[in-house]
Design a protein. Structure first.
Length: 184
């Protein structure tokens, strides 16, 4: 099943120059752009209300939001790197000789996808703070993950478990931050 889904998505690659560019852009640059936009949103979004009587409380809340999102996302990436060092999993272009990836990325560290873990944690942590933003970033995570499969550098199972691990890490960090900031 994993190989069948991979081959169907990979069949999109090498069809046209524009489609190849779109897949590579979605697998790489699109994610970085969306991370910057999420950061800008977190810094400047205030629900249309600024209470000049309590600016430090508002700063504290912004700091807490940004710290939560950044910490859970970065920690997910780090945990993914640690897991990859213990699980040797070849990328599709290593396993199958007829697969020519749209770009080269690693060799024996396919499982789990660090990008999927990062974006799964990012989407889930944003969901906890701003539900609509979280939904948008779940779509972003899906686009990045599918593009990484279509480009020939990940199997679907790498992406799927990356999402699962990233979401779990965001949930754990939600409870850690709840304890740190003594929220109910």
């Amino acid at each position: 099943m994993n190989n069948l889904i991979f081959l169907n998505l990979y069949s999109l690659a090498h069809q046209s120059v524009f489609l190849d560019w779109l897949i590579v852009f979605s697998a790489n640059n699109f994610g970085y752009i969306m991370v910057m936009l999420a950061f800008i949103f977190l810094v400047f979004h205030n629900n249309g209300v600024f209470d000049y009587h309590t600016p430090f409380l508002q700063f504290k809340n912004k700091f807490k939001e940004i710290s939560f999102v950044a910490t859970s996302s970065i920690f997910a990436w780090i945990i993914g790197s640690i897991i990859k060092s213990f699980i040797l999993s070849p990328r599709p272009f290593i396993l199958f000789e007829n697969i020519k990836p749209l770009f080269l990325y690693g060799s024996m560290e396919s499982f789990p996808s660090g990008h999927a873990m990062f974006f799964g944690a990012l989407a889930m942590s944003l969901y906890f703070i701003y539900k609509r933003m979280g939904y948008l970033y779940f779509i972003v995570a899906l686009i990045v993950g599918l593009a990484r499969v279509a480009s020939g550098i990940h199997f679907p199972v790498d992406i799927f478990f990356g999402y699962i691990f990233g979401v779990i890490i965001a949930i754990i960090f939600k409870y850690i931050f709840k304890l740190i900031f003594k929220e109910k």
